[in-house]
Unconditional design. Structure first.
Ligand SMILES: O=C([O-])CC(=O)C(=O)O
Ligand SMILES: [Mg+2]
Length: 587
């Protein structure tokens, strides 16, 4: 089939595949003949019980008298009318009564399943309180226990059993107009390692943020988990594990399944579907990104999203400590996706600011991995993504030795291993820096390289500190320090909105730089005076609109945007595109 189509040929996964789509045949239905399988789907007006059970339309006790008449709800609800505001107040009281974060998580997930708009109303209005529940750190614990707390699928599960049928699986999903997919294979969930199929919590959480923080409609978001097995023995022996009970498929088998998925996605949803790769292991993440970035609208959040948020924080902190990026020396603990991704974006921005060559810019950036400082003499045995960072230097066996030798002004932890910024390490960076920048980015909180309290205490209150997972403010000798949260949650929701609203067909690093610059521009002197290098999440929807506008502007400049003509005021356009969780009135 599709014998003579070009690169955008969408159906070459398997030449025996029985389903296909013509040029404009988004759902493959025109091509379907008698022996081909299609999903019969229909549109009906929800009423009565089915309306109450439909989370996208249910309003609980907020149905008006008129709606109760016209939608056959009489008697199905108690007589009272409760406004959305009162419902919100009641639910926040309930959620605050749970002590364990996981209970709060489950209460939130139940709410999402019952009443989607109310779920998003809570999340939007109480973002700082609820982000640590639906996102890191609690989502990490939820993934670890996902089998035990499992209630409903929440996203699409594509396992090796679905090989050869992935297009049909996509058609099984109940929403048709998908704009954003977040996909994981569960192999490196936060810093928690291989959680197999239970990684589903991550795409679900990320997409909840696309809606709450970035305003992408919930019906346009599709969480996907690819299950090729797990090497996590504990899960394999867990009677409640929800995934395939086998070791991970690798090599050709793995890449074939991923290729079938990527092909089916484009076939089913077209060119403008945004695919966010999330929490893949290093050994697949770089390869998948390189392979699909020329044919699909894709980015890797752990490589590129994290890079943009860190770059934004660094650009903002330069306003406090002075100098340009090129005046600083960067040392990373962790040379995987986040470490090398951030390093590359910093180097790119340096070349933009200072006419340096990329090679020269890279010389200011050093990485430490599990074998010590990444240096030239190790080049033969280094994975390819580390090679650009192997500079001339004598070997150093660990982080402390590397800090003493390199004397970084900026120390960044991206190794996924907790407690690695020890007292000695932080004292060492603080010994020659007036204001060391210390970023402990690994998630969840248990994997953070150090706590906020440790960073402030061991640097005698001089560190500019931010972390991947949130920490409470710390009071030291009567002075209160508020740590920032350097998490890609600042970037991907607004980035996604910008891509979707401009109809961009590819992601370029320049668009990531634009996102980082837009975020950095939202940091005011007032924030910096408080030691914050990011604006508070409280204003995230405004920030996301700015990021979206910056990303869209760049997409138009690069000729990658298809939403034409270009709206004159991109910020206003972004705001007008954003989903609001306020209840709608029904006819
Ligand atoms: O999910 C988060 O909080 C940030 C992230 O991408 C990761 O740690 O893998
Ligand atoms: Mg991630």
């Amino acid at each position: 089939m599709a014998e003579s189509r070009d690169e955008s040929s969408l159906v070459d996964v398997d030449s025996n595949s029985t389903v296909g789509g013509g040029v404009h045949d988004v759902y493959g239905e025109d091509r379907a003949t008698e022996d081909q399988i299609v999903t019969p789907w229909s549109v009906t007006v929800a009423s009565g019980c089915s309306l109450l059970r439909d989370p996208s339309y249910n309003k609980g006790l907020a149905f008006t008298e008129k709606e109760r008449d016209t939608h056959y709800l009489r008697g199905l609800l108690p007589p009272v009318y409760l406004s959305q505001e009162l419902q919100e107040k009641r639910l926040m009281i309930n959620i605050r009564q749970y002590e364990a974060p996981l209970q709060k998580y489950m209460a939130m997930m139940d709410l999402e399943e019952r009443n989607e708009r109310l779920f998003y109303k809570l999340l939007v209005d109480h973002v700082e309180e609820l982000l640590p529940i639906v996102y890191t750190p609690t989502v990490g614990e939820a993934c670890q226990k996902y089998g035990s707390i499992y209630r409903r699928p929440q996203g699409l599960y594509i396992s090796l059993k679905e090989k050869g049928k992935i297009l049909e699986v996509l058609k099984n999903w109940y929403e048709k107009n998908i704009q954003v997919i977040v996909v994981t294979d569960g192999e490196r969930i936060l810093g928690l390692g291989d959680l197999g199929c239970q990684g589903m919590g991550i795409p679900v959480g990320k997409l909840a943020l696309y809606t709450a923080l970035g305003g992408v409609r919930p019906s346009a978001c599709l969480p996907v988990t690819i299950d090729v097995g797990t090497n996590n023995e504990k899960l394999l022996n867990d009677e409640f594990y929800i995934g395939l009970r086998q070791k991970r498929a690798t090599g050709q088998e793995y890449y074939d399944l991923l290729h079938e998925f990527m092909t089916a996605v484009k076939q089913n949803y077209g060119e403008k579907i945004l695919v966010q790769f999330e929490d893949f292991a290093n050994h697949n993440a770089f390869e998948l990104l390189a392979k699909y970035s020329s044919t699909h609208l894709v980015f890797n959040d752990d490589i590129q999203g994290t890079a943009a948020v860190v770059l934004a924080g660094l650009v903002a902190s330069l306003k406090v400590i002075g100098g340009t990026l090129a005046d600083h020396t960067f040392l990373f603990l962790g040379a995987g996706e986040a470490g090398t991704g951030i390093a590359e974006l910093i180097a790119l921005e340096m070349t933009k600011q200072s006419n340096k060559l990329l090679e020269e810019a890279r010389e200011k950036i050093w990485l430490v991995d599990s074998k010590g400082l990444v240096v030239k003499s190790r080049i033969e045995s280094l994975q390819h993504f580390k090679k650009p960072w192997a500079h001339e230097h004598e070997p150093k066996k660990d982080l402390l030795d590397a800090v003493k030798a390199i004397k970084p002004t900026v120390l960044i932890g991206t190794s996924g291993v907790g407690k690695t910024f020890t007292k000695e390490v932080i004292e060492a960076v603080s010994s020659y820096n007036k204001k060391p920048i210390i970023l402990a980015l690994s998630n969840p909180t248990s994997q953070s390289e150090c706590t906020a309290e440790e960073a402030y205490t061991w640097s005698q209150g001089r560190a500019i500190f931010a972390s991947g997972s949130p920490f409470d403010p710390v009071t030291l000798n009567g002075k209160t320090f508020t740590p920032g949260q350097s998490n890609n949650a600042y970037i991907f929701p607004g980035f996604g909105l910008g891509v979707v609203m401009s109809g961009a067909i590819r992601v370029r690093n320049e668009m990531m730089l634009a996102a980082a610059e837009a975020l950095a521009n939202q940091v005011t002197q007032e924030h910096l005076d408080k030691g914050l290098i990011y604006p508070p999440f409280r204003s995230i929807r405004k920030i996301s609109a700015q990021i979206a506008a910056g990303v869209a502007r760049k997409a138009y400049e690069l000729g990658l945007a298809t939403q034409l003509p270009r709206p004159a005021d991109l910020v206003a356009f972004a705001e007008s595109c954003m989903y609001s969780p306020v209840y709608r009135n029904y006819r």
